[in-house]
Design a protein around this ligand. Structure first.
Ligand code: PBG
Ligand code: ZN
Length: 322
């Protein structure tokens, strides 16, 4: 009897999977600590901790980053907002802002830890919007200018990679120009490429960055517009972005693979708050989280071509693997 090419293929695959030693030998690379960047949500000393997502104070950062470094993690993604909010988002450029103090705390402890920041106004506007509103209208020029000034302050404090997150066209270019003019040519930009999603609630509640209007953020991409997501990512690269952050990570894999064919720039899925609370929920009885589903998700993202993965579970996953 002759075998068809199809059955022959099956026979080969059975042989390779049947012997544990061969299967393990042929398995792809494991997820490692170096694949992961840890999210730090920073709160002011004395603020309550009764929030959906874990937070740290500036005073807790040195120990936190020592633990991360010991576990093999080489980067943090820092979010730090202002207690005081106003229409001009003045806190975004305060010289002693929570973000500035947090960056110093990381770099003073572990200079080799790459610090990535969120570079956005939603934690500083009274509306919780990522943009400035002037006379009732979105002011893109003012938004870009203030975001760029914020980026320069973050870079001055020691940030390595700033992450413009308002999704507004032109902002990444303005940030790039401002960094260059301020002598920060070696500081990279990683704009966020963001789908409109219900998975941000844990973050917004924790960081008090919920849009007051209750409406979706106007510049985030509709999940029904894949071309628009790819085009916007390419546009950000055209504005000088060095890499792209994709958000929510688990719901952007098609965009990751499409962009991967079009650019050599590193692509970084951000596994957002809703992925953490849903895929690693607190066990009601144990108070412990099961991180295995997130590990599977990140293995898939790595398989799909993610350069690194930004996650709230970086430390726990690194320790699981150690
Ligand atoms: N500047 C926007 C921003 N910064 C952080 C998150 C969400 C992060 C998360 O859910 O973990 C978002 C999205 C949004 O609020 O629309
Ligand atoms: Zn924002």
């Amino acid at each position: 009897m002759t075998t068809t090419p199809n059955t022959a293929a099956h026979a080969v695959s059975d042989r390779l999977h049947g012997r544990p030693a061969v299967r393990s030998f042929l398995e792809g690379p494991e997820l490692t600590a170096a694949d992961l960047s840890m999210v730090l949500l920073v709160r002011e000393d004395g603020e309550d901790t009764d929030r959906p997502m874990p937070t740290v104070t500036v005073a807790e950062i040195p120990q936190a980053v020592r633990d991360l470094a010991a576990a093999g993690i080489r980067s943090v993604k820092v979010f730090a907002n202002s207690l005081h909010r106003d229409p001009q988002a003045g806190g975004a450029v305060a010289p002693d802002s929570l973000m500035v103090r947090a960056i110093h705390a990381v770099k003073d402890t572990e200079p080799g830890m790459a610090v990535m920041t969120e570079n956005c106004l939603c934690g500083h506007t009274d509306t919780g919007e990522c943009h400035l509103t002037v006379n009732g209208r979105i002011d893109l020029g003012a938004t870009a200018a203030l975001t760029a000034a914020q980026a320069v302050i973050q870079a001055g404090a020691g940030a390595d990679i700033v992450g413009p997150a308002a999704m507004t066209r032109g902002t990444t270019w303005t940030v790039r120009q401002a960094l260059d003019e301020a002598g920060h040519r070696d500081v990279a930009t990683m704009p966020h490429l963001i789908f409109d999603s219900a998975l941000y609630e844990g973050y917004r509640t924790t960081m008090r960055a919920t849009p007051a209007s209750g409406a979706r953020r106007p510049f985030q991409i509709s999940p029904r517009s894949p071309e628009s997501a790819v085009d916007t990512g390419l546009a950000f690269l055209g504005e000088g972005a060095d890499m792209l952050l994709l958000e929510p990570g688990m719901l952007s894999v098609d965009i990751l693979t499409a962009l991967k064919r079009r650019t050599p720039a590193p692509l970084m899925p951000f596994s957002v708050s809703g992925e953490y609370t849903r895929l690693a929920p607190l066990g009601p009885a144990t108070g412990k989280r099961d991180f295995r589903p997130l590990a599977e998700l990140f293995t898939m993202l790595k398989r799909a071509g993610a350069e690194r993965i930004i996650t709230y579970a970086a430390l726990d996953l690194a320790r699981l693997r150690a």
